[in-house]
Design a protein around this ligand. Structure first.
Ligand code: CA
Ligand code: CA
Ligand code: CA
Length: 257
């Protein structure tokens, strides 16, 4: 027994030494791999995030494009209805409808602005303004585009003021539509037009010179190809009533001789 205890006692330090040696060897072995594992995991996470970003981009970009196209189609339908309503109003009333004022400045001082009702002042009655909102209540159409903003409506006031009928077959409108700011005329002598400032309409005045032409309240408008150019973008939707179609319908309905 004493001899066995002595042997065990002799072995014990040797076992501890071996264990210590193995532990430190394992630490030395694991240390670099730990670093490698951590680096690899980070790389993996970055790759996954990158692929996810690519996938999200490839899915979301077409989705937002489709949504915008759908909103543009819906807005164009409202504009088409509004244009027909303008002809109908002219046949019924012997004049074009006046704009709904957007504020109470200038000739609009005494009217109710932004209520969708045309604003006429004085006696004989004349339009309080030539440019404002489309008067959707008088026309019985939807007053806002697919982005929830009022349409801009401009009228040649000589086609809307008293006495009735406001205009004859010889009269011309004063609005011109061009294919670009400072570009060529698309349509001349227009009595009235309607604009949706579309997706970016919340930013007024627009930074694009083409779009600014549709927001500066003069008698020149632009209708050109859709563009997301960072400087000269254009997404407005513009429609107008043709002077010849207006004359034709006024005569056909017996409103004008
Ligand atoms: Ca009004
Ligand atoms: Ca726009
Ligand atoms: Ca203009």
């Amino acid at each position: 027994m004493p001899r066995a205890r002595t042997a065990a006692a002799r072995k014990a330090p040797d076992g501890n030494a071996s264990l210590n040696t193995m532990t430190s060897a394992l630490r030395r072995y694991k240390a670099p791999h730990k670093a490698f594992d951590a680096g690899f995991s980070l790389l993996e996470v970055l790759i996954v995030l990158f692929v996810l970003a690519l996938l999200m981009g490839s899915v979301l970009a077409p989705l937002s494009t489709q949504m915008e196209q759908s909103e543009r189609r819906r807005t164009q339908e409202i504009l088409d209805q509004a244009r027909e309503a303008l002809y109908g109003f002219a046949i019924t009333n012997g004049r074009l409808v006046c704009p709904d004022c957007r504020d109470n400045t200038g000739g609009c001082a005494s009217v109710t602005a932004n209520d969708g009702q045309e604003d006429r002042v004085g006696s004989p009655e004349v339009c309080a303004t030539a440019v404002g909102n489309l008067p959707w209540v008088n026309l019985g159409v939807q007053g806002q585009d697919a982005w929830g903003r009022n349409f801009t409506y401009q009228v040649t006031t000589a086609f809307a003021d008293d006495p009735i009928p406001s205009f004859t077959l010889a009269d011309n409108g004063d609005i011109t539509v061009k294919n670009a700011a400072g570009g060529s005329d698309i349509a001349q002598n227009i009595p009235a037009n309607i604009v949706s400032h579309a997706t970016n309409g919340a930013v007024m005045p627009p930074t694009s010179t083409h779009e600014n032409e549709n927001a500066d309240a003069d008698t020149v408008y632009v209708l050109k190809i859709y563009s997301r150019d960072p400087i000269l973008e254009f997404d407005d939707l513009v429609t107008w009533i043709s002077p010849t179609v207006l004359r034709n319908r006024m005569v056909a309905s017996g409103r004008l001789p």
